[in-house]
Design a protein around this ligand. Structure first.
Ligand code: AMP
Ligand code: GLY
Length: 417
């Protein structure tokens, strides 16, 4: 079988490596891929191109199915384009992609189907939004409606700051179209959990729970990032909370998807807040998470290729998904200065040379130059180990100690807070 993966990050590198383990898979093409996928057996990077170029590539090369990493391609309608050409692809069509691409749409869907979520209001009129923040309780959360590369959510303590954010989003159009409409919502406190599931158009099957660390600094301080590490399973997601999640969020989501005819074959990622008042849904993503995927797939015993094929056929069964009772820890290395400006072209080849049976290394956007792998993004590597909890921590942090690079930064408390 031949598979096409779209994306260039560590998430796509981890998906490619897992799919390569399947005996049925003969070739994996990654567009554009990175220095890590280029080194992977069965794998070949192909240039980026437009969505139509990718469709043509899949058709001309008899690709069995395509997996999409980045949300922007889903919102742009890559799934609809592939379906028109009778090509199989994992992901939501454009209509369903709005559950990730528009926060107002997602919140209205949650409200309509009784899915537990923070209280909210949607505004397109600046004056009405301003009147709302004048009488609102603080802290509150202001969200740009559309995709903003993870930067469109702000937690706000005072009226003055709320006003500044509304002005930036709605009047100065900080995120262009994406921030003309805003969602203002109740602030929730608790621990977050990411639940990544497969949806075959009939049922939603959960993989392991995962914990993501979004802040750059230890102790969850400083600026938000794309994610600085992950731990699978999430230690705070108890059996009791899982039941609560199924009853109040997952089952009702399925009811809503059926009623609104939003059926598709792909991923549903539930971003949860575990609070004293139970489990709340913060957001849907309709793709794998990064860095969740890097630790999550290490704990998946089943063949990912088989799961994807069954997802596409609509025949996924509960027993198909076999999860290990092991943990997996993923620590992200970023270029110094990230998430502000940061250095590029850091040579990370030695990390791949140092990989062991216990420690895997996944690359973010990077290129290969004369056999060397040079970074080209703020987040640079994901270092992952699976096993008993204490073993994973030791394996990853010993590896990082032994392979120091002064241009790279990582947090020492991933999975521990
Ligand atoms: P979202 O894209 O909606 O998941 O928001 C991004 C991040 O903002 C989440 O992962 C949380 O850390 C934070 N966040 C979003 N909504 C809330 C909320 N209602 N209360 C507290 N934190 C939130
Ligand atoms: N780690 C969260 C995301 O991928 O959106």
């Amino acid at each position: 079988m031949k598979i096409l993966i779209i994306g260039e990050g560590a998430r796509e590198h981890a998906i490619a490596r897992k799919l390569a383990e399947s005996d049925l898979v003969t070739a994996i093409y990654v567009s554009p891929g990175n220095g890590g996928t280029e080194r992977l057996g069965k794998c070949r990077n192909i240039s980026k191109g437009t969505l139509s170029d990718l469709r043509d590539f899949a058709r001309d090369n008899n690709i069995d199915y395509t997996v999409v990493g980045p949300e922007a391609d889903l919102m742009e309608g890559i799934v609809d384009l592939f379906h028109e050409a009778d090509l199989k692809i994992i992901g939501p069509h454009r209509k369903a992609a709005l559950l990730e691409g528009s926060k107002a749409y997602a919140k209205d869907f949650m409200m309509k189907y009784g899915i537990k979520t923070a209280e909210y209001e949607v505004f397109t009129d600046f004056k009405l939004a301003e009147a709302h923040i004048r009488q609102a309780a603080y802290p509150l959360v202001i969200k740009a409606d559309g995709l903003a590369a993870g930067k469109g959510v702000e937690i706000i303590e005072t009226y003055e700051d709320a006003l500044k954010t509304l002005e930036a989003y709605m009047l100065e159009e900080k995120f262009k179209e994406a921030s003309k409409k805003v969602v203002i919502e109740e602030y929730l406190t608790g621990k977050e959990a990411s639940i990544i599931t497969l949806f075959d158009g009939n049922s939603i099957l959960s993989l392991n729970s995962t914990m993501d660390h979004k802040k750059i600094g230890e102790g969850e301080t400083g600026l938000n990032t794309g994610g600085m590490g992950s731990l699978t399973p999430n230690p705070y997601f108890t059996e009791e909370l899982e039941k609560d999640f199924r009853k109040n969020i997952l089952d009702k989501t399925l009811v809503g998807l059926r009623a609104e005819q939003l059926l598709f074959k792909g991923i549903i990622f539930f971003g949860l807040m575990l609070t004293e008042k139970g489990t709340y849904l913060l957001e849907y993503n309709l793709r794998f998470g990064d860095p969740e995927t890097q630790s999550l797939l290490e704990t998946l015993e089943s063949d990912l290729n088989t799961l994807f094929m069954k997802t596409l056929d609509g025949t996924l069964q509960e027993e198909d998904v076999v999860l290990s009772s092991d943990c997996a820890l993923c620590v992200v290395l970023s270029a110094k200065g990230y998430p502000k400006t940061c250095e590029k072209e850091i040579d990370v080849s030695s990390f791949f040379d140092a990989e062991t049976d216990q420690v895997s290394v996944f690359s973010y956007a990077s290129k290969v130059l004369q056999e060397r792998i040079l970074s080209s993004s703020g987040r640079v590597l994901s270092v992952v180990s699976r096993g008993q909890k204490s073993e994973c921590f030791k394996n990853v942090y010993d590896f990082l100690d032994e392979n120091r690079n002064e241009n790279l930064y990582y947090r020492n408390d991933i999975g521990r807070i």
